[in-house]
Design a protein around this ligand. Sequence first.
Ligand code: NDP
Length: 327
Amino acid sequence: MSTFRALRIDKADTGQTISAVDFDEAELMDGDVVVRVSHSTVNYKDGLAVTGKSPVVRRFPMIPGIDFAGRVIASTSDEFAEGDQVVLNGWGVGETHLGGYAEVARVKSDWLVPLPANMTSAEAMAIGTAGYTAMLCLMALERHGVTPARGPVLVTGASGGVGSVAVALLGGLGYEVVASTGRPEEADYLRGLGASSIIPREELAAPGKPLQKERFAGVIDSVGSVPLANALAQTMSGGAVAACGLAAGMDLPTSVAPFILRGVSLLGVNSVTVPKPIRIEAWSRLARDLDREKLSAMTETVGFDDIIPTAKAILEGKIRGRVVVEI
Ligand code: NDP
């Protein structure tokens, strides 16, 4: 039986250990499609899984990596044939099912989407779960009726993965984008992606009044906690906030005031279990609406051996934009 290179997390008495191993193909989990993975990425959740900082991994041993792109090398599914280019994100891959930091993955065909036409595997992973989630947030705001004519849209955690893609998408679609960042040195980077103005993270960091000056028609928030509470308090009447992340914390110290006095909507976004038709729509919108030059400007490419240091760096808020891993 053949082996392939993989990162493997094992459970130890003192926590978890992680190491590069030759993984036995016989140990792969059930699935009807086998993929030769060419690219993966490092998302915030990968940072949590690889470092063990949060209990993201719920099966041991685990190959982390919550998303990947590659080529089908074996399939018993009617949907995919050998040679097809595919993308996978979510469905517990890298958490409960062996994931993308490996040369080979065996998964369920239901979880795969075809690589959009005119998109490379490297570009798909430059987008990755973070960029795909930014698109889900945008689609949630659009479904709520947010348009560029309604007013500015705030993006929190703007220099991060979700934030950078959100800024580029919104800017490209003609929105006035207000980017909130804790990294003032990234102002030019954010303007280059499409931000109209930059506000310091501190402006949203301290607990504020339940209702504040109405500033934003919509918000894409990847940080949660007090900044999300302030964003809700600054959303215009009838506006909406798409919330997907917790980089600042899991709590939400808010009141009902924005909801009952301004009709503000809080739209939750969970990228993991989105039904396939919406997944395909999100990926095709990304293929259409995300400027590839901006995608390339926000992306750094690293090798397999760089996954662990990159995972640590993302939790420290030191990664700008997106990181692609060449497997
Ligand atoms: P990144 O680390 O790339 O981005 C997070 C950004 O948040 C940082 O770059 C930083 O931006 C900002 N930030 C970090 N710490 C703080 C803090 N203490 N207070 C305020 N802002 C902070 O991560 P991702 O973009 O990959 O993910 C962002 C979040 O979205 C994570 O919580 C992740 O788990 C979540 N997520 C959720 C998904 C879902 O399905 N719901 C899917 C994908 C991601 P800056 O320096 O510009 O301030």
